[in-house]
Design a protein around this ligand. Sequence first.
Ligand code: C2E
Ligand code: CA
Ligand code: CA
Length: 698
Amino acid sequence: MMSDLLAVQNTADVDGGRRGMTKARARAFGAFVREIPFAAALLDRDLALVAVSREWTRQGLAPDLSLGDDAAAGGLVGPEDVGALFACAEAGVAFSRYVPTIDASGAQHVWRTEFSACRDELDGGQEPYAVMVTARDVTGYAEGVLRAERDKQRLTMALELDNLLVREYDLRTHEMYFSGHAPELQRLCTFKDDPLEIVHPDDRQRCADLVATRKLGEARVFEFKLNRDDGVETWVRSVGKIFVGADGKPEKLVNLFKDITDRRRQTEAIETLAFKDSLTGLPNRALFQHRFQEAVTASETLGEMFGLIMIDVDHFKDINDTLGHDAGDALLKRLAGMLQHAFRAGDTVARLGGDEFAVILRGLRGEADMTRPIIKLQDLLRRPIEHGGRSFTASASIGAALHGDPDADPAHMIKNADIALYRAKAAGRNRSVVFEPSMRSEVERRLELLRDVRVALDDNEFTLFYQPVVDIRENRVAGFEALMRWVHPEQGVLTPARFMPAFEDQDLSLKLGDVAFEAALAQMRAWLDQGVEFGRVAVNISSAQFRSGRLAEEIQERLARWNVPCERLTIEVTENVYMGWGSDLVSETVRRLHEAGVMIALDDFGTGYASLANLRQFPIDRLKIDKSFVQNAEDEAIVKAVITLGSSMGMKVVAEGVEDAAQLKALEHYGCDQVQGYHFGRPMPANEVAEFLKGFGG
Ligand code: C2E
Ligand code: CA
Ligand code: CA
């Protein structure tokens, strides 16, 4: 290689008198070119090589440029470029090329060559006197270029395989080009004046909004139905971008379209499964949560006011138990329909599960916007529901909460609406309550109490006290009413007034009922064994205890287990229990107990809505007049009427809450049979009963 180089130099020396370059000049340039730290060569105007750099030789480039198309020889000018080379030498037209070569080891290289003319400005001459050639090994870069070419092919293939379509729309000339092979899609994506023409009218506004907010050069994803005459639903996903020209103005709109109809159908089916309640078709809890979150965000970012309504069907379990699940389902479907009717189309009406429904109302102006549809719903609910030839009415308890206070946490809305719902139920159901902050602490206290009662049940802190019931005609103790007490380790003996919510809680009232029965029967057994003549013991029953439908059997089993005769037991049931849902169940249970010899007392008579006529169908042995009537002198007439009526229907009447001799005298006068009250004795622990009886008899 070195000898080749010398040969070149010698040639230059010999032919030093060529056009444009003196011998001396050629020598000086030659020396300079040899030191250039990259591949460079200098040719004179006649294209004879003056000099090459050391790098040129080191990189295996041929000492002579015109080697035809033999890449392996390392030549840098192919026959096709000879003309360009002349033009460069003659007229100074620079040019560059990518030239492949193969080195000694057989590896391919790609060179980037630059040919430029040297002119001597000082000479005043414009004519080139030499040509400078530089060459850079750009093999790595060239591969990238080739790869891009391959990628382009791949892209085209992908477009076809994936049924993708690229549409380029020149915003200046209004010309449209498509790539990819999807003729049907191409037809549907072609427009005349406005790109939105291709969008189905249903989706046009939404897309227009997206377009309006799109910034120049920003890629936006759209999913919409295509506008087509034949009614076939075709969904596309489109990525669109506007490209800006050199002048900074929009130049072209490029869109990539993909037909997503199949995928869309699948996701719709999945969404229906995942987000719709199958019975009513309403959004389910998952979708509700999602929508609720949206409402929270809107209220936080836009200050939007929204409302949340919780709806709970009253005594739904009883409807299911007595009328059957079909009737229950029919009711839920009817209710779903009513809800959709009462609320606006934009409101989210969801079924959260069981008999629980919820409504989210967005964009409210005030509380009235929320209460109006609630009133409408309550009106609808009053209409009877026909099912299987039977007609029944249902009611619902409604709790509502409104969020408009920017300082309050909208995430508390669900809890607040629940609290309001609880209040509606506690106030007797079939009503609506709107949440107020003052309600919160009360509910929290209640939850705390229920927790404490649960623990106290485990710790056996509940016991029964016994209050005598006196037969005033025979002047003897007819029996005792068993009343629950909580022997609290710190607060002492607590009456039910302190734990009433526990009797209203389904689960706890069952547990307390269990405790009461076991304790009463164990006590009766003990008194029987001890020869204490206690008469009868009355046990209070809460409505939840009837729910199992097995109460009669359970009581009889217990009596048998403790070997206590049925005639020793009275059960006290309030009229609300009789009149509530599932009254068929209650009357059946009560009838069987009555037949077995258990006495049935109607408790708190006069405080509910039942009339004696309503109660005729139930086998009631005893009426207990509520103490509020007994203690209020103005209610004398009522007390008198109840006693007369009760006796005429063959019921014995017990007056509760007799505290003094005057009350007793009046009751005696009206013909009352039995009385119960502080006048004769307060509820007492079981171990005081024997003593009390002795005192009474004496
Ligand atoms: P209730 O069944 O009407 O029981 C009578 C209540 O009147 C008892 O209150 C009794 O202590 C009170 N009382 C009796 N005589 C007088 C009187 O002369 N003056 C006044 N001011 N009050 C009198 P207590 O024991 O606090 O029980 C309250 C309520 O708790 C009961 O009302 C009953 O509804 C419920 N309860 C008590 N024990 C049980 C139970 O074991 N199971 C169920 N389900 N409820 C129970
Ligand atoms: Ca009672
Ligand atoms: Ca009572």
